[in-house]
Design a protein around this ligand. Structure first.
Ligand SMILES: *Cc1c(COP(=O)(O)O)cnc(C)c1O
Length: 427
């Protein structure tokens, strides 16, 4: 699939059936796999042979879909997880353990912020948050001797800041650590972070990749480019023997192309078990088949609605990085010249009360803790996903108390604009 274009990879990537085999990917709904001898199975447990033995670790349907996402991102190895939260947790915890430190952009999804700032802190992993538009010097100042990774979102949810991926990648590499990018909002259709220096990409596939509000899921993709061995002192988990697998060393056995994902599967999936069901992977694949068509339409609807809102007298501000008036327009044009996403944010004059009035009077868009669905939806983050944050933390995350996040679906943009206009009338 390497030489095909994105559209072809969306439709056919990851699976090439032989004669008489199913055209659609088979759902291998089996927890376990049979072997004729214990010796053959033993080789799988020692990671000496590759193959399936238990679906908590690996399943053929899930691997097929991971291979498609891997091809779309241009990586060398990938794994599905049961959620985007699991993907981000595994991606970081695979290289940063108790006593380690990570530099992250402060403009993050609320769930990711909580995972990092609260839960992983309890596990002994510390985070320093820097502004998404931090200079190289400001990022550099956040590093410590025990820093193991840098983390950011291509387009932050819900603040919609565009990360200067090249600057973050340069800072990470100058300190001998990888850059992990959550590419959920842009999807590989609009941005491929590996082409800008990122080393690991994560996704909440729950969003545009599934795109139909049907299956929660996540994915981790490795670019295969980060040279773990050159910084072996920082990454003992990849560069020294793993006692739980008879002393294999991941970088020696699987190379820099496969070590990261093999370790995450063999250790983290084995021990934490955030595995997706084959059924969910199948549903995700149906979404992926039309990702390129849908992203184009989500974006067209978003730019039409953002342009409309920008001119409306009841709207105090609009944030959409593809609007020429947006502060991140130049970054958006650089990293995503063909479009960003379908999510916009804006503030309504009159604060929280006006926002509530507007939202409850929408007829097409529903109030949901969700984005990136075929159906339009909206949310007031200060009252929902980010409600555990104090105002200073909200400000650091780029979320003002009046912010409304609006996820433009695939409906008619004329209908959506008429619906928004009518709801604004009620204020
Ligand atoms: C939704 C989301 C997540 C979390 O994903 P889940 O699938 O809900 O666990 C992580 N990152 C971003 C950018 C998201 O939008």
């Amino acid at each position: 699939m390497k030489n095909y274009r994105m559209e072809t990879k969306c439709v056919q990537g990851g699976y090439t059936p032989g004669n008489g085999e199913p055209r659609q990917i088979p759902i291998v709904q089996s927890t376990t796999f049979k072997y004729a001898t214990s010796e053959e199975m033993g080789k799988l447990f020692d990671l000496e042979a590759s193959g399936y033995f238990y679906s908590r670790l690996q399943n053929p349907t899930c691997d097929t879909v991971a291979a498609k996402i891997c091809a779309l991102e241009g990586g060398t190895a990938a794994m599905l997880t049961s959620s985007g939260q699991a993907a981000n947790f595994y991606a970081v915890f695979n290289i940063a353990n108790c006593g380690d430190h990570v530099v992250a952009s402060s403009a993050l999804y609320g769930g990711t912020y909580n995972l990092f700032a609260v839960t992983m802190k309890k596990m002994g992993v510390e985070f320093t948050f820097v502004k998404p538009n931090a200079s190289k010097e400001e990022i550099q100042a956040a590093f410590r001797p025990n820093t193991k990774a840098v983390f950011g979102e291509t387009i932050a949810n819900p603040a919609l800041n565009v990360l200067d991926i090249e600057t973050f990648a340069e800072a990470a590499h100058a300190n001998g650590v990888p850059l992990i990018i959550d590419n959920t909002f842009a999807t590989p259709i609009h941005c491929r972070p590996f082409e800008w220096g990122a080393d690991i990409v994560t996704h909440s596939t729950t969003k545009y990749m599934d795109g139909h509000g049907a299956a929660v899921g996540g994915c981790i993709v490795d670019s295969g480019k980060f040279d773990w061995k050159a910084h072996a002192d920082k990454f003992p988990g990849l560069c020294t023997p793993d006692d739980s697998y008879h002393g294999i060393t991941y970088v020696e056995r699987f190379g820099k192309e496969g070590a990261f994902i093999t370790k995450a599967t063999a250790q983290l999936m084995r021990d934490f078990g955030s595995t997706p069901s084959p059924q969910s992977a199948f549903i995700l694949n149906l979404g992926l088949e039309s990702l390129h068509v849908r992203m184009k339409r989500h974006f067209e609807n978003a730019i039409a609605i953002a342009s409309y809102l920008e001119k409306h007298e009841k709207i105090s501000w609009v944030r959409f990085p593809s609007l020429p008036s947006d502060s991140d327009y130049a970054l958006a044009q650089k990293y995503m010249p063909n479009g960003t996403c379908g999510v916009i944010s804006f503030g309504i004059k009159g604060g929280r009360a006006a926002a509530e009035c507007f939202m409850k009077n929408l007829r097409i868009a529903a109030i949901e803790t969700h984005v990136a669905d075929a159906r339009s939806c909206c949310l007031h983050p200060a009252n929902a996903t980010h409600r555990q944050m104090i105002d200073a933390e909200l400000a650091a995350a780029g979320v003002s108390p009046d912010l409304i996040r609006f996820s433009c679906g695939l409906e008619s943009s004329e209908d959506l604009i008429e619906d928004i206009a009518a709801a604004l009338e009620t204020i």
